[in-house]
Design a protein around this ligand. Sequence first.
Ligand SMILES: NC(=O)c1ccc[n+]([C@@H]2O[C@H](COP(=O)([O-])OP(=O)(O)OC[C@H]3O[C@@H](n4cnc5c(N)ncnc54)[C@H](O)[C@@H]3O)[C@@H](O)[C@H]2O)c1
Length: 373
Amino acid sequence: MVEKKTVIVTGGNGFIGTNMVRLLINSKAYRVVNLDALTYAANALSLADLEGSQDYVFVKGNITDSELVSSLFDQYQPAGIFHLAAESHVDRSIVSPEDFMQTNVVGTYRLLEAARAYYVTLAEEKKQEFRFLHVSTDEVFGSLGADGYFTEETPYAPNSPYAASKAASDHFVRAYHHTYGLPTIITNCSNNYGPYQFPEKMIPLMILNALSGKPLPVYGDGSNVRDWIYVEDHCKAVKLAFEKGTVGGEYAIGANNEQKNVNLVNKICSILDDIAPPIEVPQLRERGLKSYTELIQFVTDRPGHDRRYAIDSARITRELGWQAEVGFEAGLRQTVDWYLSNPKWVDQASGGSYSEWIEKNYAWRADAQRESK
Ligand SMILES: NC(=O)c1ccc[n+]([C@@H]2O[C@H](COP(=O)([O-])OP(=O)(O)OC[C@H]3O[C@@H](n4cnc5c(N)ncnc54)[C@H](O)[C@@H]3O)[C@@H](O)[C@H]2O)c1
């Protein structure tokens, strides 16, 4: 039997982090130390079933805490780090960029410093194995017009404070490879969807608003385009990049699945019409809705809203043999099913500071609930 590798995952209680931790542990090849500050975006229920497992350690803490991060490297002697912890919501970055600067830029820098100090202490064989895998976004490349795709060669042109903070962190990761020889890999992925996504993001927001009869807010005229990938496909690509990727390299990841926002919302409505028709939902019965599409509302656009994202992932396919496996119709249906089947998780995620934030901060639009990411 192959010995399991210990790795640190940051942000394991977030959306992609939860799916990443599960993939690593289920592969039977990894033991995971999950470092997460449990911000508003985390959900303690997401990984509750792993508590007590020999392959899983949870550490509540902040990636900006150098002492803590260094102590984790010393104690667990990991074969690498999957760095996912971030402030990830574009709308929040417009309202309060400071948190994005702290976590995404300063936090990534502190992790790099701790990794560098640890890396130089390793024996040659362990050095060969070590990787610093930085999970990043296609938003660092800015906005596309009607044609073309983002690739690993696309120049950086971040437009939102979120994208700027991720771009800065990518640059630090790259610099730590070129300057100090730290074995880094950066992945830039398109919009993810799937289970465990916090309800402020577009797809869960639409599902949950629809089921409670609230408006389905679509920014502008709904024609902005996003390229959607099922979260497990993304996590498989990240795992492959960690295991086989070129050191110092970057990989653009996408599932070749461009959707106009309004079409996506229509698809969600049609799945819901099929599996939870409004007439069968007790709180909606009185409203006489025939379809959830009647709840769609076009609202004032997000400031600086990028027009189109689309990824050409030819490099990771060619070099590592990765391909997305989950088709959009099937993945979206699975996602809708998951939100319908996990009301406790949804309740925990939707209450408290999240609803307060919505009330206070959506200043550029009159109504409170909105589409995002
Ligand atoms: N969601 C997407 O569509 C998408 C696409 C491409 C890349 N990414 C990137 O993937 C990563 C994960 O995204 P996500 O959507 O899962 O985010 P998320 O907001 O759902 O989760 C972020 C997690 O990081 C933790 N965290 C935040 N600040 C922290 C800090 N200072 N110290 C420790 N933990 C902290 C939170 O508690 C949370 O568990 C991010 O780096 C993001 O930029 C996301």
